[in-house]
Design a protein around this ligand. Structure first.
Ligand SMILES: C[S@@+](CC[C@H](N)C(=O)[O-])C[C@H]1O[C@@H](n2cnc3c(N)ncnc32)[C@H](O)[C@@H]1O
Length: 268
């Protein structure tokens, strides 16, 4: 059962990558935190000095965030379970004239002694696919240098509920169980295997981070940019992650956070 899910994740993302990169506009000119949200040029949560910073991205997809960091002088390793996603990133980096390292890596197979030391580890919406998210956090603590920084943007547990309309005027999220949020199941094209995402209560994640030796610096529950009042030009500049599908979900995302970002530093 477990092995099938892991196989399912790789196969699912190899199959999904082209479509994902085609329908989603992910900027390399800013650092993104999730769909329709302001980028770091507005949020200001990245480490102050990026030049020379050793950065590792986990579950990077095509690594647009890493490409942005590399454009600011950081030394970046981009990792993901999917070769297709990484191939897309390699091409983008080449087109941007930037040098980054790329490595296929399953979050559940991280071997700290193979990965060296990093100043900054970041991941955006990949942790929900890992089978053992607590273990990934513990491994991050082993490969961060003292005082190093970790950014995990992951699925918000409340958004794992179901959006319902009670009548013409009232609608909102119905969450049957905050402590065990419903898991989303995604099947591969042949329907032979599948992958399940998993969200956890905020306190679970915060305590995992503390137990692994981290100090929590900030927790972000970002609100999306105001699509109704901003021009397309403004959105292009200030909203680094965008797609038609996400825009259709704007009425929901503006009321309930889709993602939560944990920003933590490793205690010296
Ligand atoms: C929603 S995408 C996000 C990609 C990227 N971080 C971004 O913001 O565009 C989820 C990514 O997680 C990767 N992924 C899924 N399961 C994984 C695993 N077990 N180990 C590493 N990466 C995984 C997928 O290949 C995919 O690129």
């Amino acid at each position: 059962m477990e092995k099938n899910e892991l196989n399912g994740s790789k196969q699912y993302w190899e199959e999904t990558s082209k479509e994902y990169q085609l329908v989603t506009r992910i900027s390399i000119n800013d650092f993104h935190y999730g769909p329709l949200l302001p980028g770091d040029s507005t949020v200001n949560a990245l480490p102050e000095k990026l030049n020379g910073l050793r950065c590792l991205e986990l579950g990077a997809g095509a690594g647009q965030n890493s490409i942005y960091l590399a454009s600011q002088g950081a030394k970046c390793l981009v990792t993901d379970i999917s070769e297709e996603q990484l191939a897309h990133g390699k091409q983008m980096a080449e087109e941007a004239g930037l040098t980054l390292d790329f490595q296929q890596l399953d979050l559940d197979d991280i071997n700290p002694s193979d990965l060296g030391q990093w100043d900054f580890i970041h991941s955006t919406w990949a942790f929900p696919f890992a089978e053992n998210q607590k273990a990934v956090i513990e491994k991050c603590a082993k490969i961060l240098s003292p005082g190093g920084r970790l950014h995990i943007t992951t699925g918000h547990p409340v958004f794992a509920g179901e959006w319902i309309q009670l009548d013409d005027f009232e609608e909102g999220m119905f969450l049957s169980d905050y402590f065990e949020p419903p898991r989303e199941v995604r099947f591969t094209e042949d329907e032979e295997s599948f992958v399940r995402t998993r969200q956890y209560p905020l306190s679970t994640y915060i305590n995992w981070l503390i137990e692994a030796g981290f100090k929590i610096e900030r927790v972000l529950e970002l609100k999306p940019l105001d699509l109704e009042f901003k021009s397309e030009d403004e959105l292009l500049l200030s909203m680094p992650y965008d797609s038609t599908v996400w825009r259709e979900m704007y009425p929901q995302i503006k009321k309930v956070p889709f993602v939560v970002t944990y920003i933590a530093t490793l205690n010296d």
